[in-house]
Design a binder for this molecule. Sequence first.
Ligand code: 13P
Length: 251
Amino acid sequence: MANRTPVVAGNWKMNTDVESGLELAKGILKLSNSVSGVDKIVCPPFVSIATIAQVLCGSTIQVGAQNVSSNADGAFTGEVSTSMLRGFVSHVIVGHSERRALNGETSEQIASKAIAVAEAGLTPILCIGEDLSVRKFGNAESFVAEQLESSLAEFSAWDSLIVAYEPVWAIGTGEAATSDQAQDMTAVCRKVIRKLAPDAANSTRVLYGGSVNSGNVAELLDKPDIDGALVGGASLKADEFSKLIAAAGSN
Ligand code: 13P
């Protein structure tokens, strides 16, 4: 197995205000700052990013954004650009299934966002994943392969990419994919990367997301193609999130 540093990233979604987000970040800092051998990332809502980035500055905990515009600037009311985020964040989640489903984001738009993020010197955390009907029809592998390939159209910054396989049916349901299912699908993702950029396949981190918690994280991380976790609910409690970090880290 390639020697990939695991990643544990918390997607806070539309939870926490500036005050409670700051408390959460401070709690994670206290419990997890000294853990090594794992990349630790928190992705707060936009309004909290500057404050939290200031508190985490100089620590081992990195900050990410949950979304970004693919446009550089201009008349895009309500949008946030990569240049506004640069200096505060190191990572940006793009293509989360909630944005695909609720905001109608297409893989084409997501591909543009991933390129904009990489061009700004930041790392995209690109999400892909099938919903329950696709899985029930037995089409999960081909669906995810197609979704990943189209979300990476014209992407070229292969040394700056994290992929997160997040089956929609496992998100926020308390029913994570089994470790075998997650392994199969992260292996599919790696196969797509190998096809698009052979040299990047062994080094690109592929995460699993969907109801990850301290009870199932070890088994998931044990799988050869799962390089970490993108975490929703369990990232909102400092002690639970820090358990996930500890499970992925080396001390
Ligand atoms: P949950 O961990 O709450 O299932 O959310 C996963 C997720 O969507 C992370 O991006």
